[in-house]
Write a protein that binds this ligand. Structure first.
Ligand SMILES: [Zn+2]
Length: 163
């Protein structure tokens, strides 16, 4: 698409600006891949999101997954484990020590296994929705960082440059 010269001065589109389908981004994140290209690794360590995609260079440090991944992991693992506990209890009525031997390690293992794909999916979702700094045209991220640095509120934010 051809852009008019007046607009390009302030308009800074990313290369993949127009292609951010939510489901695709979410699934790529769940496979621990960059939501933009689907090939670069999203994480550089177990739960540490890379600052930028090693394959396409898309900035990933804008994510604010915070405590949403553990929250959704607890919901998912809870539903799986509690269901299994009830099924096994109703069918076999094993002693409590056997319950503990089975479910405690399984709960820990499942949580550790599910946490990265859940976090990846959430980062993919934030990217697809252009939340936080994922929108290349947003001034919000810059204004927020100015506020953090100056330690004050809207008075300083008002001084942030406008397009
Ligand atoms: Zn990428």
């Amino acid at each position: 698409m051809q852009k008019t010269t007046d607009q390009t001065a302030v308009y800074r589109p990313s290369r993949l600006e127009d292609a951010r389908p939510i489901l695709r981004s979410l699934l790529r994140g769940a496979r621990l891949r960059c939501p933009a290209c689907g090939s670069g690794a999203m994480f550089r360590r177990y739960l540490k999101v890379s600052d930028a995609c090693p394959a396409c260079g898309e900035e990933l440090h804008h994510h604010r997954a915070d405590d949403a991944p553990p929250y959704f992991t607890i919901v998912i693992v809870g539903h799986i484990v509690v269901s299994l506990v009830l099924i096994v209890e109703m069918a076999y009525r094993p002693p409590l020590w056997l319950h503990a031997m089975i479910w405690l390690p399984l709960t820990v293992a499942l949580a550790l296994l599910i946490l990265p794909p859940v976090k990846g999916a959430l980062v993919g979702l934030q990217w697809a929705l252009r939340m936080h700094g994922f929108d290349p045209n947003s001034e919000v991220e810059r204004i927020e960082s100015v506020e953090e640095m100056s330690g004050s509120g809207p008075a300083h934010a008002a001084q942030a440059p406008r397009p």
